[in-house]
Design a binder for this molecule. Sequence first.
Ligand code: NAD
Length: 486
Amino acid sequence: MAVSQKSLLASVPTQLFIGGEWRDSLSAQTFPVHDPATGGVLTEVADATIADGTLALDAAVAAQQDWATTPPRERGEILRRAFELITERADEFALLMTLEMGKPVAEARGEVAYGAEFFRWFSEEAVRIHGRYAVNPAGGSRLLTMNKPVGPAFMITPWNFPLAMGTRKIGPAIAAGCTMVMKPASETPLTMLALAALLTEAGLPDGVLNVITTSDTASVSEPIIRDPRLRKLTFTGSTAVGKLLVEQSAEQLLRVSMELGGNAPFLVFDDADVDAAVEGAMLAKMRNIGEACTSANRFLVHESVAEEFAAALARRMGALTVGKGTKAGVEVGPLITDKARDGVHELVTDAVDRGARVLTGGEKVAGRGHFYAPTVLTEVPADARLLREEIFGPVAPVTTFADEDEAVRLANDTEYGLVAYAYTRDLGRVIRVSEALEFGMVGVNTGIVSNAAAPFGGVKHSGFGREGGFEGIHEYLETTYVSLNP
Ligand code: NAD
Protein backbone atom coordinates (compact mmCIF):
# COMPACT_ATOMS: atom_id res chain seq x y z
CA MET A 1 0.00 0.00 0.00
CA ALA A 2 1.54 3.25 -1.15
CA VAL A 3 -0.02 5.39 1.55
CA SER A 4 0.12 5.02 5.32
CA GLN A 5 -3.02 5.04 7.40
CA LYS A 6 -1.78 7.98 9.44
CA SER A 7 -0.93 10.26 6.52
CA LEU A 8 -4.14 9.31 4.76
CA LEU A 9 -6.28 10.24 7.76
CA ALA A 10 -4.34 13.47 8.19
CA SER A 11 -5.10 14.42 4.57
CA VAL A 12 -8.89 13.98 4.75
CA PRO A 13 -10.91 17.10 5.60
CA THR A 14 -13.01 16.79 8.74
CA GLN A 15 -15.03 20.01 8.52
CA LEU A 16 -18.31 20.88 6.84
CA PHE A 17 -18.10 21.85 3.17
CA ILE A 18 -20.47 24.74 2.50
CA GLY A 19 -20.38 27.19 -0.41
CA GLY A 20 -16.89 26.02 -1.36
CA GLU A 21 -15.47 26.61 2.13
CA TRP A 22 -14.39 24.16 4.79
CA ARG A 23 -15.62 25.25 8.18
CA ASP A 24 -16.48 24.05 11.66
CA SER A 25 -19.98 23.42 12.86
CA LEU A 26 -21.64 26.52 14.31
CA SER A 27 -21.66 24.67 17.64
CA ALA A 28 -17.93 23.87 17.24
CA GLN A 29 -18.88 20.31 18.21
CA THR A 30 -17.42 17.19 16.59
CA PHE A 31 -18.25 13.48 16.70
CA PRO A 32 -16.00 10.42 16.41
CA VAL A 33 -15.60 8.10 13.42
CA HIS A 34 -14.78 4.53 14.45
CA ASP A 35 -12.80 1.68 12.93
CA PRO A 36 -15.22 -1.29 13.08
CA ALA A 37 -12.29 -3.74 13.07
CA THR A 38 -10.97 -2.45 16.38
CA GLY A 39 -13.69 -0.25 17.83
CA GLY A 40 -11.04 2.51 18.07
CA VAL A 41 -11.57 6.15 17.03
CA LEU A 42 -10.07 7.08 13.64
CA THR A 43 -10.74 10.81 13.82
CA GLU A 44 -13.42 13.39 14.70
CA VAL A 45 -15.58 15.26 12.18
CA ALA A 46 -17.71 18.39 12.46
CA ASP A 47 -21.15 17.83 13.96
CA ALA A 48 -23.53 19.99 11.95
CA THR A 49 -26.43 21.76 13.66
CA ILE A 50 -29.83 22.60 12.16
CA ALA A 51 -28.48 26.09 11.31
CA ASP A 52 -25.51 24.53 9.46
CA GLY A 53 -27.98 22.49 7.43
CA THR A 54 -29.84 25.67 6.48
CA LEU A 55 -26.55 27.35 5.48
CA ALA A 56 -25.73 24.38 3.25
CA LEU A 57 -29.12 24.65 1.56
CA ASP A 58 -28.64 28.46 1.22
CA ALA A 59 -25.38 27.76 -0.64
CA ALA A 60 -27.00 25.19 -2.94
CA VAL A 61 -29.90 27.53 -3.70
CA ALA A 62 -27.53 30.46 -4.41
CA ALA A 63 -25.48 28.37 -6.86
CA GLN A 64 -28.42 26.78 -8.69
CA GLN A 65 -29.16 29.34 -11.38
CA ASP A 66 -25.61 29.73 -12.70
CA TRP A 67 -24.98 26.02 -12.49
CA ALA A 68 -28.13 25.21 -14.47
CA THR A 69 -26.89 27.34 -17.36
CA THR A 70 -23.32 25.98 -17.40
CA PRO A 71 -22.68 24.32 -20.77
CA PRO A 72 -23.34 20.56 -20.51
CA ARG A 73 -19.86 19.82 -21.89
CA GLU A 74 -18.31 21.72 -18.98
CA ARG A 75 -20.33 19.73 -16.46
CA GLY A 76 -19.38 16.51 -18.23
CA GLU A 77 -15.71 17.40 -18.21
CA ILE A 78 -15.72 18.09 -14.47
CA LEU A 79 -17.15 14.61 -13.97
CA ARG A 80 -14.61 13.08 -16.34
CA ARG A 81 -11.72 14.75 -14.48
CA ALA A 82 -13.16 13.55 -11.18
CA PHE A 83 -13.38 10.01 -12.59
CA GLU A 84 -9.72 10.17 -13.52
CA LEU A 85 -8.65 11.58 -10.16
CA ILE A 86 -10.54 8.88 -8.24
CA THR A 87 -8.98 6.22 -10.45
CA GLU A 88 -5.48 7.67 -9.84
CA ARG A 89 -6.13 7.66 -6.10
CA ALA A 90 -7.87 4.29 -5.96
CA ASP A 91 -5.54 2.97 -3.24
CA GLU A 92 -6.20 5.93 -0.97
CA PHE A 93 -9.98 5.77 -1.40
CA ALA A 94 -9.96 2.01 -0.88
CA LEU A 95 -7.95 2.24 2.33
CA LEU A 96 -10.15 5.04 3.64
CA MET A 97 -13.28 2.96 3.07
CA THR A 98 -11.72 -0.09 4.71
CA LEU A 99 -10.79 2.00 7.73
CA GLU A 100 -14.21 3.52 8.31
CA MET A 101 -16.45 0.75 6.99
CA GLY A 102 -14.44 -2.47 7.49
CA LYS A 103 -14.66 -4.18 4.09
CA PRO A 104 -11.46 -5.91 2.91
CA VAL A 105 -9.19 -3.62 0.89
CA ALA A 106 -9.57 -5.72 -2.28
CA GLU A 107 -13.33 -5.26 -2.12
CA ALA A 108 -12.94 -1.57 -1.37
CA ARG A 109 -10.88 -1.26 -4.57
CA GLY A 110 -13.79 -2.88 -6.40
CA GLU A 111 -16.09 -0.23 -4.96
CA VAL A 112 -13.72 2.54 -6.05
CA ALA A 113 -13.87 1.27 -9.64
CA TYR A 114 -17.64 0.83 -9.47
CA GLY A 115 -18.20 4.19 -7.77
CA ALA A 116 -15.94 6.10 -10.18
CA GLU A 117 -17.77 4.55 -13.12
CA PHE A 118 -20.89 6.62 -12.30
CA PHE A 119 -18.85 9.77 -12.90
CA ARG A 120 -17.59 8.46 -16.24
CA TRP A 121 -21.07 7.29 -17.29
CA PHE A 122 -22.76 10.57 -16.36
CA SER A 123 -19.93 12.63 -17.89
CA GLU A 124 -21.14 11.09 -21.13
CA GLU A 125 -24.83 11.55 -20.34
CA ALA A 126 -24.45 15.27 -19.55
CA VAL A 127 -24.29 16.07 -23.28
CA ARG A 128 -27.21 13.82 -24.21
CA ILE A 129 -29.99 15.71 -22.44
CA HIS A 130 -32.59 16.55 -25.04
CA GLY A 131 -36.29 17.01 -25.61
CA ARG A 132 -38.74 16.17 -28.42
CA TYR A 133 -40.34 17.94 -31.34
CA ALA A 134 -43.65 16.81 -32.80
CA VAL A 135 -46.40 18.09 -35.01
CA ASN A 136 -49.78 18.24 -33.26
CA PRO A 137 -51.67 15.12 -34.47
CA ALA A 138 -54.55 17.47 -35.36
CA GLY A 139 -52.17 19.67 -37.38
CA GLY A 140 -51.32 23.30 -36.66
CA SER A 141 -49.27 23.71 -33.51
CA ARG A 142 -45.93 22.13 -32.75
CA LEU A 143 -45.27 20.25 -29.52
CA LEU A 144 -41.84 20.74 -27.96
CA THR A 145 -40.42 19.34 -24.75
CA MET A 146 -37.33 20.54 -22.94
CA ASN A 147 -35.53 19.05 -19.95
CA LYS A 148 -34.32 21.28 -17.15
CA PRO A 149 -32.54 20.51 -13.88
CA VAL A 150 -35.06 19.85 -11.15
CA GLY A 151 -33.23 22.20 -8.75
CA PRO A 152 -31.43 21.87 -5.42
CA ALA A 153 -31.35 18.27 -4.22
CA PHE A 154 -30.87 16.82 -0.74
CA MET A 155 -29.02 13.50 -0.70
CA ILE A 156 -28.78 11.05 2.19
CA THR A 157 -26.56 7.99 1.86
CA PRO A 158 -25.87 4.84 3.94
CA TRP A 159 -22.59 3.53 5.36
CA ASN A 160 -22.29 0.28 3.43
CA PHE A 161 -20.91 1.73 0.15
CA PRO A 162 -19.47 5.08 1.28
CA LEU A 163 -18.26 6.08 -2.20
CA ALA A 164 -20.61 4.44 -4.72
CA MET A 165 -23.86 5.40 -2.97
CA GLY A 166 -22.65 9.00 -3.23
CA THR A 167 -21.36 9.01 -6.82
CA ARG A 168 -24.59 7.35 -7.98
CA LYS A 169 -26.43 10.51 -6.87
CA ILE A 170 -23.79 13.23 -7.35
CA GLY A 171 -22.88 12.07 -10.88
CA PRO A 172 -26.34 12.47 -12.43
CA ALA A 173 -27.06 15.64 -10.41
CA ILE A 174 -23.91 17.32 -11.76
CA ALA A 175 -24.68 16.09 -15.28
CA ALA A 176 -28.24 17.44 -15.09
CA GLY A 177 -27.21 20.81 -13.62
CA CYS A 178 -28.56 20.42 -10.09
CA THR A 179 -26.86 21.75 -6.97
CA MET A 180 -26.96 19.65 -3.84
CA VAL A 181 -26.59 19.15 -0.12
CA MET A 182 -25.10 15.74 0.66
CA LYS A 183 -25.37 14.09 4.06
CA PRO A 184 -23.32 10.90 4.28
CA ALA A 185 -23.92 8.29 6.99
CA SER A 186 -22.44 9.31 10.33
CA GLU A 187 -20.56 5.98 10.51
CA THR A 188 -18.65 6.68 7.26
CA PRO A 189 -18.37 10.42 6.53
CA LEU A 190 -14.66 10.46 5.57
CA THR A 191 -14.96 9.05 2.04
CA MET A 192 -17.54 11.70 1.14
CA LEU A 193 -15.43 14.52 2.59
CA ALA A 194 -12.46 13.28 0.55
CA LEU A 195 -14.68 13.12 -2.53
CA ALA A 196 -15.86 16.72 -2.02
CA ALA A 197 -12.21 17.89 -1.92
CA LEU A 198 -11.51 15.91 -5.09
CA LEU A 199 -14.49 17.41 -6.92
CA THR A 200 -13.24 20.91 -6.08
CA GLU A 201 -9.90 19.94 -7.57
CA ALA A 202 -11.76 18.69 -10.66
CA GLY A 203 -13.25 22.17 -11.09
CA LEU A 204 -16.69 21.92 -9.48
CA PRO A 205 -17.83 25.50 -8.75
CA ASP A 206 -18.45 26.62 -5.16
CA GLY A 207 -21.87 25.81 -3.76
CA VAL A 208 -22.74 23.07 -6.27
CA LEU A 209 -21.92 20.31 -3.79
CA ASN A 210 -22.26 21.00 -0.08
CA VAL A 211 -21.49 18.29 2.47
CA ILE A 212 -22.76 18.22 6.03
CA THR A 213 -21.84 15.58 8.59
CA THR A 214 -23.90 15.18 11.71
CA SER A 215 -24.52 12.80 14.57
CA ASP A 216 -28.14 14.00 14.74
CA THR A 217 -29.41 13.31 11.24
CA ALA A 218 -33.09 13.31 12.11
CA SER A 219 -33.03 16.86 13.54
CA VAL A 220 -30.76 18.35 10.87
CA SER A 221 -32.48 16.70 7.88
CA GLU A 222 -36.10 17.46 8.56
CA PRO A 223 -35.92 21.27 8.21
CA ILE A 224 -34.03 20.86 4.92
CA ILE A 225 -36.68 18.46 3.61
CA ARG A 226 -39.49 20.80 4.67
CA ASP A 227 -37.79 23.89 3.18
CA PRO A 228 -39.78 25.20 0.18
CA ARG A 229 -36.54 26.00 -1.69
CA LEU A 230 -35.59 22.31 -1.90
CA ARG A 231 -36.82 20.54 -5.04
CA LYS A 232 -35.59 16.98 -4.78
CA LEU A 233 -34.90 14.38 -2.10
CA THR A 234 -32.87 11.28 -2.88
CA PHE A 235 -32.31 8.71 -0.18
CA THR A 236 -30.52 5.38 0.05
CA GLY A 237 -31.00 3.50 3.28
CA SER A 238 -33.45 1.47 5.28
CA THR A 239 -37.12 1.17 4.39
CA ALA A 240 -38.18 2.43 7.83
CA VAL A 241 -36.29 5.72 7.45
CA GLY A 242 -37.32 5.96 3.77
CA LYS A 243 -41.01 5.90 4.73
CA LEU A 244 -40.48 8.62 7.30
CA LEU A 245 -38.72 10.82 4.74
CA VAL A 246 -41.46 10.28 2.15
CA GLU A 247 -43.94 11.55 4.74
CA GLN A 248 -41.78 14.61 5.43
CA SER A 249 -41.33 15.28 1.70
CA ALA A 250 -45.09 15.35 1.16
CA GLU A 251 -45.28 18.85 2.63
CA GLN A 252 -43.40 20.39 -0.33
CA LEU A 253 -44.47 17.65 -2.79
CA LEU A 254 -40.79 17.03 -3.50
CA ARG A 255 -39.52 14.91 -6.35
CA VAL A 256 -38.33 11.83 -4.45
CA SER A 257 -36.09 8.83 -5.19
CA MET A 258 -35.94 6.03 -2.65
CA GLU A 259 -33.35 3.22 -2.80
CA LEU A 260 -34.35 1.11 0.18
CA GLY A 261 -33.86 -2.32 1.68
CA GLY A 262 -34.06 -5.70 -0.01
CA ASN A 263 -34.77 -9.35 0.69
CA ALA A 264 -33.27 -10.92 -2.42
CA PRO A 265 -34.24 -14.47 -3.34
CA PHE A 266 -31.53 -16.58 -5.02
CA LEU A 267 -33.23 -19.31 -7.09
CA VAL A 268 -31.36 -22.42 -8.17
CA PHE A 269 -33.38 -24.58 -10.59
CA ASP A 270 -32.83 -28.27 -11.21
CA ASP A 271 -31.26 -27.57 -14.63
CA ALA A 272 -28.71 -25.09 -13.21
CA ASP A 273 -24.97 -25.52 -13.31
CA VAL A 274 -24.64 -26.05 -9.55
CA ASP A 275 -20.94 -25.13 -9.41
CA ALA A 276 -21.67 -21.85 -11.17
CA ALA A 277 -24.61 -21.27 -8.81
CA VAL A 278 -22.35 -21.72 -5.77
CA GLU A 279 -19.85 -19.31 -7.30
CA GLY A 280 -22.62 -16.76 -7.91
CA ALA A 281 -24.01 -17.35 -4.42
CA MET A 282 -20.65 -16.48 -2.89
CA LEU A 283 -20.72 -13.13 -4.67
CA ALA A 284 -24.39 -12.42 -4.07
CA LYS A 285 -24.08 -13.32 -0.38
CA MET A 286 -20.57 -12.35 0.64
CA ARG A 287 -19.97 -9.17 -1.33
CA ASN A 288 -19.56 -6.42 1.25
CA ILE A 289 -19.72 -8.95 4.14
CA GLY A 290 -23.39 -9.45 3.32
CA GLU A 291 -24.04 -5.79 4.15
CA ALA A 292 -25.60 -4.88 0.81
CA CYS A 293 -29.17 -4.15 -0.20
CA THR A 294 -28.53 -6.58 -3.08
CA SER A 295 -27.32 -9.39 -0.79
CA ALA A 296 -28.96 -12.74 -1.42
CA ASN A 297 -31.15 -13.13 1.66
CA ARG A 298 -33.00 -16.37 0.86
CA PHE A 299 -31.55 -19.28 -1.11
CA LEU A 300 -34.44 -21.13 -2.76
CA VAL A 301 -33.09 -24.33 -4.28
CA HIS A 302 -34.86 -27.10 -6.19
CA GLU A 303 -35.23 -30.07 -3.86
CA SER A 304 -33.23 -32.34 -6.18
CA VAL A 305 -30.05 -30.22 -5.90
CA ALA A 306 -30.52 -28.51 -2.52
CA GLU A 307 -28.30 -30.84 -0.49
CA GLU A 308 -25.45 -30.67 -3.01
CA PHE A 309 -25.75 -26.87 -3.25
CA ALA A 310 -25.90 -26.29 0.53
CA ALA A 311 -22.96 -28.58 1.24
CA ALA A 312 -20.79 -26.92 -1.42
CA LEU A 313 -21.80 -23.43 -0.23
CA ALA A 314 -20.99 -24.36 3.39
CA ARG A 315 -17.55 -25.65 2.35
CA ARG A 316 -16.79 -22.38 0.56
CA MET A 317 -18.24 -20.14 3.29
CA GLY A 318 -16.49 -22.08 6.07
CA ALA A 319 -13.11 -21.70 4.33
CA LEU A 320 -13.25 -17.88 4.13
CA THR A 321 -10.64 -15.88 6.05
CA VAL A 322 -12.26 -13.49 8.53
CA GLY A 323 -10.28 -10.54 9.88
CA LYS A 324 -9.26 -6.93 9.69
CA GLY A 325 -9.93 -5.60 6.19
CA THR A 326 -6.49 -4.01 5.93
CA LYS A 327 -4.74 -7.40 6.41
CA ALA A 328 -3.60 -9.21 3.26
CA GLY A 329 -5.63 -12.31 2.41
CA VAL A 330 -8.67 -11.34 4.49
CA GLU A 331 -11.96 -12.04 2.70
CA VAL A 332 -14.53 -11.14 5.34
CA GLY A 333 -14.29 -7.96 7.44
CA PRO A 334 -16.19 -6.94 10.58
CA LEU A 335 -19.83 -5.89 10.66
CA ILE A 336 -20.34 -2.16 11.01
CA THR A 337 -21.26 -2.04 14.73
CA ASP A 338 -21.71 -4.36 17.66
CA LYS A 339 -25.44 -3.63 17.49
CA ALA A 340 -25.54 -4.76 13.86
CA ARG A 341 -23.74 -7.97 14.80
CA ASP A 342 -26.18 -8.60 17.68
CA GLY A 343 -29.03 -8.19 15.18
CA VAL A 344 -27.54 -10.77 12.80
CA HIS A 345 -26.96 -13.22 15.65
CA GLU A 346 -30.51 -12.76 16.90
CA LEU A 347 -31.85 -13.74 13.46
CA VAL A 348 -29.64 -16.85 13.38
CA THR A 349 -30.65 -17.84 16.92
CA ASP A 350 -34.33 -17.39 16.06
CA ALA A 351 -33.97 -19.68 13.01
CA VAL A 352 -32.08 -22.31 14.99
CA ASP A 353 -34.63 -22.19 17.82
CA ARG A 354 -37.32 -22.89 15.25
CA GLY A 355 -35.46 -25.93 13.91
CA ALA A 356 -32.87 -24.72 11.35
CA ARG A 357 -29.64 -26.74 11.08
CA VAL A 358 -26.24 -24.97 11.10
CA LEU A 359 -23.90 -26.31 8.40
CA THR A 360 -21.16 -23.80 9.19
CA GLY A 361 -20.74 -20.72 11.42
CA GLY A 362 -23.69 -19.58 13.49
CA GLU A 363 -21.68 -17.59 15.99
CA LYS A 364 -19.86 -14.35 16.75
CA VAL A 365 -16.09 -14.43 16.36
CA ALA A 366 -14.49 -13.82 19.76
CA GLY A 367 -12.11 -10.88 20.30
CA ARG A 368 -12.01 -7.22 19.29
CA GLY A 369 -14.13 -5.85 16.42
CA HIS A 370 -17.59 -6.93 15.30
CA PHE A 371 -16.81 -10.10 13.37
CA TYR A 372 -19.39 -12.76 12.55
CA ALA A 373 -18.59 -16.24 11.23
CA PRO A 374 -19.83 -16.93 7.67
CA THR A 375 -22.91 -19.07 8.23
CA VAL A 376 -25.00 -21.53 6.20
CA LEU A 377 -28.32 -22.78 7.57
CA THR A 378 -30.55 -25.48 6.09
CA GLU A 379 -34.01 -26.81 6.99
CA VAL A 380 -35.01 -23.23 7.74
CA PRO A 381 -38.71 -23.13 8.65
CA ALA A 382 -40.96 -20.73 6.75
CA ASP A 383 -41.71 -18.69 9.89
CA ALA A 384 -38.04 -17.93 10.65
CA ARG A 385 -37.53 -14.16 10.91
CA LEU A 386 -34.49 -14.13 8.65
CA LEU A 387 -36.61 -15.16 5.66
CA ARG A 388 -38.74 -12.03 6.18
CA GLU A 389 -36.14 -9.48 7.32
CA GLU A 390 -32.99 -8.13 5.75
CA ILE A 391 -30.12 -10.10 7.39
CA PHE A 392 -27.32 -7.63 6.49
CA GLY A 393 -24.56 -10.06 7.41
CA PRO A 394 -22.73 -13.19 6.21
CA VAL A 395 -25.60 -15.63 6.75
CA ALA A 396 -27.11 -17.86 4.03
CA PRO A 397 -30.40 -19.65 4.80
CA VAL A 398 -31.15 -22.44 2.30
CA THR A 399 -34.73 -23.62 1.70
CA THR A 400 -36.26 -25.74 -1.07
CA PHE A 401 -39.01 -25.67 -3.71
CA ALA A 402 -40.62 -28.38 -5.82
CA ASP A 403 -41.42 -26.62 -9.12
CA GLU A 404 -41.17 -23.32 -10.98
CA ASP A 405 -44.53 -21.99 -9.78
CA GLU A 406 -43.62 -22.59 -6.16
CA ALA A 407 -40.17 -21.01 -6.71
CA VAL A 408 -41.71 -17.79 -8.06
CA ARG A 409 -44.42 -17.74 -5.39
CA LEU A 410 -41.86 -18.08 -2.58
CA ALA A 411 -39.51 -15.54 -4.20
CA ASN A 412 -42.31 -12.96 -4.43
CA ASP A 413 -43.51 -13.66 -0.90
CA THR A 414 -41.83 -10.58 0.58
CA GLU A 415 -42.70 -6.93 0.96
CA TYR A 416 -39.38 -6.05 -0.72
CA GLY A 417 -38.66 -5.99 -4.47
CA LEU A 418 -35.10 -4.87 -5.19
CA VAL A 419 -33.27 -7.76 -6.86
CA ALA A 420 -33.75 -11.48 -7.46
CA TYR A 421 -31.19 -13.98 -8.77
CA ALA A 422 -31.95 -17.10 -10.80
CA TYR A 423 -29.69 -19.91 -11.97
CA THR A 424 -31.09 -21.93 -14.87
CA ARG A 425 -29.98 -22.98 -18.37
CA ASP A 426 -33.51 -23.03 -19.79
CA LEU A 427 -34.05 -19.90 -21.91
CA GLY A 428 -37.84 -20.15 -21.77
CA ARG A 429 -37.65 -20.30 -18.01
CA VAL A 430 -35.39 -17.22 -17.91
CA ILE A 431 -38.11 -15.20 -19.66
CA ARG A 432 -41.05 -16.68 -17.70
CA VAL A 433 -39.35 -16.22 -14.34
CA SER A 434 -38.00 -12.71 -15.10
CA GLU A 435 -41.52 -11.63 -16.09
CA ALA A 436 -43.11 -13.17 -13.02
CA LEU A 437 -40.64 -11.93 -10.40
CA GLU A 438 -41.81 -8.74 -8.69
CA PHE A 439 -38.38 -7.14 -8.47
CA GLY A 440 -36.72 -4.11 -10.05
CA MET A 441 -33.72 -6.18 -11.13
CA VAL A 442 -33.09 -9.83 -11.99
CA GLY A 443 -29.64 -11.45 -12.17
CA VAL A 444 -29.68 -14.52 -14.41
CA ASN A 445 -26.71 -16.85 -13.92
CA THR A 446 -24.83 -14.07 -12.15
CA GLY A 447 -24.42 -13.00 -8.53
CA ILE A 448 -23.84 -9.30 -9.30
CA VAL A 449 -26.15 -6.94 -11.18
CA SER A 450 -24.82 -3.47 -10.28
CA ASN A 451 -23.52 -1.51 -13.25
CA ALA A 452 -23.34 2.25 -13.87
CA ALA A 453 -24.86 1.72 -17.33
CA ALA A 454 -27.95 -0.06 -15.97
CA PRO A 455 -31.01 1.25 -14.08
CA PHE A 456 -30.58 0.22 -10.44
CA GLY A 457 -33.66 0.30 -8.24
CA GLY A 458 -36.57 -1.53 -6.75
CA VAL A 459 -40.33 -1.85 -6.44
CA LYS A 460 -42.67 -2.36 -3.46
CA HIS A 461 -40.95 -1.58 -0.13
CA SER A 462 -37.57 -1.39 -1.85
CA GLY A 463 -38.60 2.05 -3.09
CA PHE A 464 -38.86 3.87 -6.41
CA GLY A 465 -36.63 5.69 -8.86
CA ARG A 466 -33.57 4.41 -10.72
CA GLU A 467 -29.87 5.17 -10.38
CA GLY A 468 -27.53 4.64 -13.34
CA GLY A 469 -28.35 3.87 -16.95
CA PHE A 470 -30.20 6.25 -19.26
CA GLU A 471 -32.87 6.46 -16.58
CA GLY A 472 -30.54 7.82 -13.87
CA ILE A 473 -30.32 11.39 -15.12
CA HIS A 474 -34.10 11.74 -15.43
CA GLU A 475 -34.37 11.59 -11.64
CA TYR A 476 -32.74 15.07 -11.75
CA LEU A 477 -34.62 16.56 -14.69
CA GLU A 478 -38.01 18.20 -15.10
CA THR A 479 -39.90 18.34 -18.38
CA THR A 480 -41.30 21.58 -19.73
CA TYR A 481 -43.75 21.19 -22.61
CA VAL A 482 -44.07 24.09 -25.02
CA SER A 483 -47.06 24.36 -27.35
CA LEU A 484 -45.87 26.45 -30.28
CA ASN A 485 -48.11 28.05 -32.83
CA PRO A 486 -45.87 28.68 -35.86
P1 NAD B 1 -30.37 3.94 7.63
O1 NAD B 1 -31.71 4.12 7.01
O2 NAD B 1 -30.30 3.75 9.08
O3 NAD B 1 -29.44 5.19 7.31
C1 NAD B 1 -29.27 5.67 5.99
C2 NAD B 1 -28.98 7.14 6.06
O4 NAD B 1 -30.12 7.80 6.61
C3 NAD B 1 -27.81 7.53 6.94
O5 NAD B 1 -27.13 8.63 6.36
C4 NAD B 1 -28.48 7.95 8.23
O6 NAD B 1 -27.70 8.86 8.97
C5 NAD B 1 -29.74 8.59 7.70
N1 NAD B 1 -30.85 8.63 8.65
C6 NAD B 1 -31.13 7.78 9.66
N2 NAD B 1 -32.25 8.19 10.31
C7 NAD B 1 -32.67 9.32 9.69
C8 NAD B 1 -33.76 10.21 9.90
N3 NAD B 1 -34.65 10.01 10.87
N4 NAD B 1 -33.89 11.25 9.05
C9 NAD B 1 -33.02 11.46 8.06
N5 NAD B 1 -31.95 10.66 7.84
C10 NAD B 1 -31.79 9.59 8.63
O7 NAD B 1 -29.69 2.77 6.82
P2 NAD B 1 -28.21 2.20 6.98
O8 NAD B 1 -28.21 1.29 8.15
O9 NAD B 1 -27.21 3.30 6.94
O10 NAD B 1 -28.04 1.41 5.61
C11 NAD B 1 -28.51 0.15 5.44
C12 NAD B 1 -29.82 0.15 4.69
O11 NAD B 1 -29.65 0.80 3.43
C13 NAD B 1 -30.29 -1.24 4.37
O12 NAD B 1 -31.66 -1.36 4.57
C14 NAD B 1 -29.93 -1.39 2.89
O13 NAD B 1 -30.68 -2.35 2.23
C15 NAD B 1 -30.18 -0.03 2.40
N6 NAD B 1 -29.46 0.19 1.14
C16 NAD B 1 -30.18 0.28 -0.01
C17 NAD B 1 -29.53 0.45 -1.22
C18 NAD B 1 -30.31 0.56 -2.50
O14 NAD B 1 -29.77 1.07 -3.47
N7 NAD B 1 -31.56 0.11 -2.57
C19 NAD B 1 -28.15 0.54 -1.26
C20 NAD B 1 -27.43 0.44 -0.08
C21 NAD B 1 -28.11 0.28 1.13
